[in-house]
Design a protein around this ligand. Structure first.
Ligand SMILES: [Zn+2]
Length: 276
């Protein structure tokens, strides 16, 4: 059975569970993390599974088993604490709809190495697993004079959180305007600091980020993550966990990056993350 919920449909193990491949105590990984995150969102608190760099921890231990059984009892399922066809089907039905939306407006002066649809789908999948829908607000190729193009093609500034002047500030005021609770994503050819593939810095009240053409498929989601987490969130990067979206180095893996419960809570509080 194909799963419908954006939280679950990208996990082959959860899809397999809906076809009868039972997930039980001892399992670990993103699929368990997503079940734990969902149970927490549904009000089944899991204090022992919270904390650390993969929080909730993605480990199907006694606490997860107990909460799955509580969920089963509340939904007239056999309370065996395991996730098989019936439990997965009910979870999928309950979580079918997105709970939040984030609207992005894409502006580009450069073609990116990764196709736009790959970048967009990747961003959608990262946030979708936490019930957050990424909405395509608009897309524009920025029409520029030769002079402007020369100026913006390569960003010479270093990455700063709050900007009120300079090149990036000017770039972010180019193109059609959009509401101040939407996020602009500006694609440039490169940064003169070659190790930079993106920057989440933007002017106050104009949420936006900048991404280089050579960025990987996950880097747009990463920069949008900086905008949504804001500069007040600590830690800015999670260098201890490669699977976290906010791992500081770009990577070209097929594995969907994850967020911690704390990051998700902060993102959902952002004015750009609108409850549906
Ligand atoms: Zn970063």
């Amino acid at each position: 059975m194909a799963l419908m919920s954006p939280r679950f449909k990208t996990s082959s193990k959860l899809v397999a569970a809906s076809n009868g491949a039972v997930i039980r105590k001892g399992a670990r990984g993103r699929h368990v993390h997503l079940i734990q995150m969902t149970l927490i969102d549904l009000g089944y608190l899991m204090p022992r599974s919270i904390g650390g760099v993969f929080s909730p921890d993605g480990v199907y231990g006694d606490e997860t088993k107990q909460k799955v059984a509580e969920f089963q009892r509340a939904n007239n399922l056999t309370p065996d604490g395991e996730i098989g066809r019936n439990t997965m089907t009910v979870l999928d039905r309950i979580c079918r709809n997105y709970k939040y939306i984030v609207t992005l407006h894409f502006r580009s002066i450069s073609l990116t190495t990764v196709s736009f649809s790959d970048t967009y789908n990747s961003t959608e999948n990262v946030y979708g697993q936490y019930g957050i829908k990424i909405v395509f607000g608009s897309g524009e190729s920025l029409m520029m004079s030769n002079e402007e193009e020369q100026q913006f093609n390569q960003v010479d500034e270093s990455c700063r959180w709050e900007i009120d002047d300079g090149e990036v500030n000017q770039l972010h005021s180019t193109g059609s305007p959009f509401p101040s609770n939407h996020i602009g994503v500006y694609y440039v050819k490169s940064f003169s600091n070659n190790s930079l593939l993106g920057c989440g810095g933007h002017a106050k009240n104009r949420p936006a980020c900048t991404v280089a053409a050579a960025a990987s498929r996950w880097d747009t989601a990463h920069e949008v993550g900086h905008v949504l987490l804001t500069s007040s969130f600590n830690p800015v990067h999670v260098s201890e966990h490669q699977r976290n979206l906010m791992y500081p180095y770009s990577r070209n893996t097929g594995q969907i990056p994850v967020l911690t419960d704390r990051q998700v809570a902060q993102i959902r509080r952002n004015i750009c993350c609108v409850s549906m």
